[in-house]
Design a protein around this ligand. Structure first.
Ligand code: FAQ
Length: 318
């Protein structure tokens, strides 16, 4: 293709983005747009899959049948979200095997939040309330993202995340209305999950290499800092209802801006976790790689069955 033809296609593409039209897999798109989407959507998929681990840890120890059923359903939903998102990524011309390989080799990232341990039952409440709460804020913005398959996956995922957030908040509410020990457990979980939840939104806009271009392409509809502020503004009043304290001495409502001012995030901790040195990075990767290896016989059996069926079809047709 000549340079002139590429320029022409780029102009058509930019005009479609400006008109808020969805870009579909078979449409022409700049290579960088394609690569950026593969990066973000696959990291999102990996996050959903690795994100099953901290909660999966509590399925066998949930305190009642009702809690167990809800947690089991939630964790299954995360698996489903991962699968939609892997499928959306595959429409961009990368195979599922390559995507898994990137995760298992440590080349691809997944959300920092899932490298923290879930040590008490209250952590399951805090994950639903804070982690799913943060995920929804990020994902509602992505429902209008420019790439069609990602936007459509987000609509369904957000509906399910909303149930997840409520089940977490209800656990917190029950603990906070329980014994002093239960309330202390809820406070302890908030203390440990608050700052990592703020980190989920990514680095400050000033330190985010991808935000500017992703906003131009309407992949991102809001910046990391905007979404983080929205999360703080929405979540602090919920902590007040629970009667527990957000672990930030600098947190204060600012009547002039109409937002909460909050303290500085420990960015060293964030980058340490992103680079693989968080409390559970090693454990999480071992769990994923182990599951992949243990599941090889299932993949092989499915392939053998598919080949047998295909041969039968050919034999029937001839
Ligand atoms: N953790 O320039 P930016 C969930 C990386 S799903 C690890 O700001 P971008 C559901 C970033 O990849 C949670 N790495 O990048 C659930 C980039 O590295 P790269 C996941 C992070 O992409 C709930 C570099 O830093 N959600 O929770 C993180 O424009 C409960 C520079 O950053 C999504 O993935 C981080 N927190 O913005 C499941 C949502 N932040 O690739 C189970 C979709 C940044 O250059 C239980 N993703 N990095 O090597 C997004 O919205 C964006 O990708 C951001 C990052 C906002 C995460």
């Amino acid at each position: 293709m000549s340079e002139k033809e590429v320029k022409n296609l780029e102009a058509i593409f930019e005009a479609r983005i400006a008109r808020d039209e969805k870009i579909e897999p078979k449409d022409w798109m700049p290579e960088k747009y394609r690569q950026t989407h593969i990066r973000q959507i696959s990291q999102h998929a990996h996050s959903e899959i690795v994100g099953m681990l901290p909660e999966g840890n509590w399925i066998t120890r949930a305190p009642s049948l009702r809690r167990k059923a809800a947690l089991l359903a939630k964790v299954q939903d995360e698996a489903g979200h991962g699968l939609y998102l892997y499928s959306a990524t595959e429409t961009l011309g990368i195979s599922r095997e390559e995507l898994f390989d990137q995760l298992h080799s440590g080349k691809a990232k997944y959300s920092s939040i899932f490298n923290y341990p879930s040590v008490t039952w209250a952590d399951i409440g805090a994950i639903g309330w804070l982690v799913d709460g943060a995920a929804i804020i990020n994902q509602v913005a992505l429902c209008t993202t420019s790439f069609g398959p990602y936007a459509r996956a987000m609509v369904r995922i957000c509906k399910e995340e909303s149930f997840h957030q409520r089940q977490g908040y209800e656990i917190m509410l029950t603990l906070c209305n329980g014994t002093p020990e239960q309330k202390a457990m809820a406070q302890d979980a908030l203390n440990r999950w608050w700052w990592p939840s703020l980190m989920m939104f990514g680095p400050r806009d000033a330190d985010s290499p991808h935000t500017e271009q992703s906003m131009k392409w309407k992949l991102k509809r809001k910046t990391n800092d905007e979404l983080r502020q929205q999360f703080v503004d929405q979540t602090v009043p919920q902590a007040d209802i629970l009667g527990i304290t957000v672990p930030d001495p600098d947190l204060k409502f600012n009547p002039e801006t109409g937002h909460y001012d909050f303290g500085e995030i420990d960015w060293d901790e964030f980058w340490q976790v992103v680079k693989g040195h968080g409390p559970c990075n090693k454990e999480r990767m071992e769990a994923r790689v182990g599951a992949w290896e243990r599941g090889s016989w299932v993949r092989e059996a499915a392939m053998a069955y598919a080949e047998k069926q295909a041969k039968k079809k050919v034999a029937k047709a001839s």
